[in-house]
Each structure stands twice: as C-alpha cells, then as structure tokens.
Design a protein around this ligand. Sequence first.
Ligand SMILES: NC(=O)c1ccc[n+]([C@@H]2O[C@H](COP(=O)([O-])OP(=O)(O)OC[C@H]3O[C@@H](n4cnc5c(N)ncnc54)[C@H](O)[C@@H]3O)[C@@H](O)[C@H]2O)c1
Length: 466
Amino acid sequence: MRVTVIGTGYVGTVTGACLACLGHRVTCVDTDQAKIEKLRAGESPIYEPGLEELIALAHTSGGIDFQTDLSDPVRESDVIFIAVGTPPLPSGESNLSYLEAAARGIGRSMDSTKFRVVVNKSTVPVGTGNLVQALVREGIAESGAAGEVAFGVASNPEFLREGSAIHDSLYPDRIVLGAEEAPTLELMRALYQPLATQSFEAPVFAPRPASMPPVAVVSTTLTSAEMIKYSANAFLTVKIGFANEIANICERVGADVTEVMLGIGLDTRIGSKFLNAGLGWGGSCFGKDVSSLLHTAGEYGYKAHLLEASLTVNNNQRQVIVQRLQERLGILKGRTIALLGLAFKPNTDDLRDAPSLLIADKLIRMGARIKAFDPVAMDACRIHHASLNIQYCPDALSAVDKADAVVLVTEWPEFGDLDLAQVAAKMAQPVLIDGRNLFNPERARAAGFAYEGIGRPRRRQSGAGR
Ligand SMILES: NC(=O)c1ccc[n+]([C@@H]2O[C@H](COP(=O)([O-])OP(=O)(O)OC[C@H]3O[C@@H](n4cnc5c(N)ncnc54)[C@H](O)[C@@H]3O)[C@@H](O)[C@H]2O)c1
C-alpha cells in the first residue's frame, strides 16, 4: 500500500520505517526541515538503537522517502498516519494544535480518486477520532475538491518503548485497531497483515524472538481504542506507583522492596514487570497521558482517585533523593553532587519529564553544584535545558571526582559495571544514593560507600541471614 506518516519523531519515524519493511511504500512528512534533511541523509534525528539500520533497510524493501509537504503523499496514499506530538498543556489537557493542523492539511490534500484511511497514531484524548473526522471534512471543504471524497478514520495507538522501539514495533504484544466502519477496519487489517501473521522477513539486526506467536489484533470502536492506550499507560504508572508506595513502607519496617517485589511478581496474576521501585517514572508519555485521562474523567464529572494518587506518589518519589542527600550530608549548599544518568531511562536521549531535571534544579536552587554524565543525553540536556547550571563530564569517573555524593539516576547498564571501590576512592565523601536500586547494597558498602537505595534497609542489618 501507499502510506504517509505525518510527524517524524520517535513514533512516526519508527512506524514509517517498519511499515516500509513490511513491504509498503512510505513517505514520512515533517514540518521540521532540519529533521527531514537528516533523514534524507540516512541519519536518525533521535537516538534510538537500530533506527538508522532500519531506515536503510526501508529504502531497499517497500521504499521510503522524507518530505516537508504533505499534499502529494496524501493524494497518493491509501493510509495516512498522524504521529505528531500531543504535549500537555498546563491544565493537564493535551495540546491538539499539531494534530489539528495535520488533520486539516490532510483534508485539503484529498481528492475523490480513492478511499483513504486517516489514522490517529498519536496518543489523543477520547473523542479525538470524531474531531479528526470533522477537521478532515473541513479541509476537504476548504480545498473545494470535486466529487465525493471518501475516507475513514481509525485509531491505532502506539505502545513502543523508546530504547527498544524497533523490537516493540516489529514484535508487538498486540495491534489495536479502532474504527466505526467495516471498510476502514478491513484496510487497516490488510495493512498490518504481514505484522499480525509475522510473515515479513525479519531484519538481521532485529531478529524475531524464537517463540514469537502471531500478533493478536484487537478490533474495536474508536473510543475504546483511544481508552486502551490511556488505560495501558495509567495501569503501568499505578503498578510502578504501587512498588514505590510499598518501598516507602519497606524502608520503615526494615524490609527490602526488591525482594518483596520478586516475591509478589512471581504470582502470575501480578507479573514481575513494572514493579521496580525507584526515584519515579518520567518520559514523554506517562505523566501527560495520566493527566489527560484525569482531565477527560473530570469533564464527565468523575474524580479518578487512583490515577490522582499515582501522580502524587510519583512526584513525592522524586523528592526522596533530595531528602536522602540532606540526611547524609546535612548542608547541601556548596556541596558537589554527581548525577549518573540524565535520560528518563536507559537507551534513549529523551529528557521529557526526566526526574534528573527536577532533581538537578532542586539541588541547584539549594546551593549545590551539579556534575553529570549520561552516555547519550548530555547534548540534548545542554540544548534544551541550557538554564540548568550543570557541569557535563566526559565519563562517570570524572563526574564523581571530588563529589560529596553520587546519585544513580538512570540505570544505564554501563553504570552497573563500574568498579565501586574506584568510584568511592575518587570522591570527597563516598555517599551513594542509588535511585534505581541498581547496585548490590552489600557490595557497595564493602567498597566503602555509605549506600542508600529506595525501599531497602537503610543501614546494615544485624541478625540472622543478613
Ligand atoms: N515517544 C514515545 O515513546 C511514544 C510512545 C507511544 C505513543 N506516543 C505518542 O505518539 C505521539 C508522537 O510522539 P513522539 O514522541 O514521536 O513525538 P515527537 O515530538 O518526537 O515528534 C513529533 C513530530 O511531529 C512533527 N510535527 C508537528 N506538527 C506537525 C505537522 N503539522 N506536520 C508534520 N509534522 C509535524 C514535529 O516536528 C515532530 O518532529 C504523541 O502523541 C505521543 O504521546 C509516543
């Protein structure tokens, strides 16, 4: 099929390249000229492992090109994806201005030569499918296109995780398709048939998992598909929030949350994923999506207590790091704090709603000096958060040099391989606040550190077994 993907961010670029690898002919469109030029040169505008290889493969499979103007691609396409950003407004609502501009632009470019499907890939509030339908119609009316312009609107929410986006897109747990009319759903099912049946040739750099089953396709209404995306993210935040709440109780009673979560996660009704206590989740999606769902619930007069609590628990969790530093160091003014990791999670350079930013900002306001090292996110931090007075360091050891405390913020695997005795020896005071429970407390203490994890016994326990 001919496919247009509007928006070449984390979702749009990966979606476009994956669809080309399934055999479709794809054009990716973005208003950001610099991004399009990079993509034309075969470079990824974002840090995402394997993406450049995938784009190269897309050229030789279905074919892919990159443009700033959507008119011709939309006219030629059977399926047009909207994958633009939907960032949060201060009220918690989603900012739909990018999506609205894209939908109108699609309408203006359509003609009566074929039936097309406009797909919401962006995460959008419940009811946005109807809004897109209206905006596309308005665009068609503005253009004065002759004859009957036939189109359907579908919702196809995205569940990829930054850092493993290609694997998640080629080998998903499910494909969710929402639409109101059969022809729209049929076209979407046909588009995804090679993915659903896993009949495409797996790229060598992203091999198919050994026991990969056919992918479940959930066909439903527009509204339910929109709710599925929000509910999935809300559930994940509640799950992490639960682990953090239990962590805070564990600390008080002297239990270890990592062992408690292991013990409950083996229950198949619960499952072991997303039970890692730490300094809280971040990223471009969780906070914005939960806030947007809360806003929708509020519009209908419903107070979603559990969702509110999940945001509260997460915000409190980020403060725990500062409290720990105060407890260990007393005065923070004039102290040097090293941050290991800035990205909101490993394998990405994304800093949107990253806990590191709030922690750094708070510590700087309290008079501390901040040194930091992140394997990939330092450039993004320098550019997008220039007002944060951070001393960026070329490696972890330079960051901890003469520091009064080190905070493990992002669990990049390479930090787990650090020689802790060497790290401790470089510091002015060997204080380690492990915001992700990455390190073994006994080993950290044996290396000379005053170690603090999250939800772990605060001091070396006396007594049997420990
Ligand atoms: N990033 C994720 O992990 C993730 C996962 C699932 C869903 N989502 C959702 O997918 C959507 C996109 O997220 P993202 O992280 O890829 O965003 P992003 O900010 O990385 O990319 C959005 C892109 O859209 C472009 N754009 C904006 N208006 C445009 C227009 N009118 N025409 C063409 N291009 C336009 C921007 O220039 C930008 O390149 C959001 O709704 C997000 O919530 C994101």
